[in-house]
Design a protein. Structure first.
Length: 461
């Protein structure tokens, strides 16, 4: 049987089946049900206080909505495509259940402010979930940083050996990035946290309502100041998609690195068998597919950000149906980043770092050359000149195939007379690490303090 449309009064013909399936959104926006019901309960409470419905009607509405919520939660509720979206499915079910009182729920409300509300509530909740997941990943990184404290690896620039760093320092770099991601999500919630309810279709209402009350009931910091903006604004979706893109980009950088780190040439890490997959033809293979997929899924997340911007760029005020597409983008972006974050946290916990390989790599690439240049600076040589001298020393070492520390003092003196026996106290990766002093550097003392700082901060949740 065809469902009667809540907006059917003006229509002489039934909606074409093709139009129903083309315009429906319930197949994806059903996941807003919890927020839709929460919003409707607040709205009904406000309507009763403003005497637009009676206390009895309000109670019937709330009871009915709570029953519907329970039904959806236990997967007994049947969403119907013919009722278009989550909002009309729930409202129709309410009317079926409680009759006349149900027909009053949509007083002083439009689906335009309703959907804007639901989406804000969903995004606010999601952002907080994402922050918790970021914390879990940070904790795993800090745990590894503590476990491997003291382990030295070559730091890279241009993917070439550059200067030695502590593995812990490298891991904590990601902890810093993720902390910024969390702050960005918090900040997104500041602008998002205003209630659009009361804007109705676009212009507000001639009825006496109290949007401030609904905003309070739903824990918003205030009400949107302009009804046209309230129903047209999806900035918070774009901002959220950007926050997610930034997270995805950070994860992808780590993944790219670790993919390189587990290949046969580098072998800095060994990922547990449980977090790798094999090849259908090459029996010996163990591939880092999880890392590759996190890197790959980044494309989807960036794509959703672009979709949202493109979706909005040509939209005249106020509501346009195009905006229904926002949910597809934002839901998938959130799902993708959420699963990537949680699986990466597991993978980090299940990764072993090869000390010998990292140490062996440190022997290559003259990564103590900068320390030697700074040694010359301490002896009074202007830095630009020190750079030139050490460059020449390195060239000589390449020629005779030795490390900097293998040169005899006489060999050094041929390049600079200020070099003394104490030069051997700055050469070699261990000495380099020991001698770092600047704030935020990889100096073991600083790194140790930072590990303690993060442990304490992240234990709070
Ligand atoms: N399903 C719609 C959406 O997601 C709800 C709002 C519909 N409003 C309207 N005037 N057709 O945007």
């Amino acid at each position: 049987m065809k469902q009667k449309k809540p907006w059917g009064g003006r229509f002489a013909k039934q909606t074409a089946a093709s139009v129903e399936s083309f315009t429906e959104s319930v197949s994806f926006d059903w996941r807003l049900y919890q927020y839709d019901i929460e919003g409707s309960i607040a709205h009904a409470t406000m309507l009763a206080r403003c005497k637009l419905i009676t206390e009895k009607e309000k109670d019937a509405i709330i009871k009915g909505l709570q029953e519907i919520l329970a039904e959806i939660n236990s997967e007994k509720f049947k969403f119907r495509e013919s009722l278009e979206d989550v909002h009309m499915n729930i409202e129709s079910a309410l009317i079926e259940r409680i009759g006349e009182a149900g027909k009053k729920l949509h007083t002083a409300r439009s689906r335009n402010d309703q959907v804007a509300l639901d989406l804000r509530l969903w995004t606010r909740d999601q952002a907080h979930k994402m922050i918790r997941l970021l914390t879990l990943l940070q904790r795993e990184l800090v745990k590894k940083g503590k476990m491997y404290f003291g382990l030295i690896m070559p730091g890279f620039t241009h993917l070439q050996h550059a200067q030695p760093v502590l593995l812990s320092h490298y891991l904590l770099a990601y902890v810093e990035m993720l902390e910024r991601d969390k702050a960005r999500l918090q900040d997104c919630c500041v602008r998002l946290n205003r209630s659009p309810l009361g804007a109705c279709a676009l212009a507000g209402t001639t009825l006496t309502t109290d949007p401030v009350m609904t905003a309070k009931l739903l824990s918003f910091d205030g009400v949107c100041e302009n009804s046209m903006d309230a129903v047209s604004d999806r900035d918070f979706c774009v901002e959220y998609a950007f926050c997610l893109s930034m997270v995805a980009m950070h994860l992808s950088r780590l993944c790219e690195e670790w993919i390189i780190w587990c290949n046969d040439e580098v072998k800095f890490i060994e990922i547990s068998d449980a977090y790798c997959t094999g090849s259908s033809i090459m029996p010996q293979k163990k591939n880092p597919d999880v890392l590759e997929l996190i890197r790959g899924k980044c494309g989807r997340v960036f794509g959703h950000l672009t979709s949202l911007l493109t979706l909005l760029k040509g939209l005249p005020l106020s509501y346009n149906r195009d905006m229904q597409e926002d949910k597809i983008a934002i839901f998938d972006a959130a799902d993708t980043v959420q699963t990537s974050l949680s699986i990466l946290a597991e993978l980090v916990a299940n990764t072993h770092f090869h000390e010998e390989q990292m140490m062996a790599a440190c022997e290559k690439g003259f990564i103590d050359a900068t320390a030697l240049a700074e040694y010359l600076v301490k002896k009074g040589v202007p830095f630009r000149m020190a750079h030139e001298i050490v460059g020449k020393i390195v060239r000589e070492c390449i020629r005779v195939q030795c490390k900097l520390m293998d040169l005899q003092l006489g060999g050094f003196k041929a390049f600079s007379s200020v070099i003394e026996e104490d030069v051997y106290k700055v050469l070699g990766v261990e000495n380099c690490i020991k001698n770092y002093r600047s704030y935020g550097s990889t100096a073991p003392g600083f790194v140790k303090k930072r590990i303690a700082y993060w442990e304490k901060k992240l234990s709070k949740g």
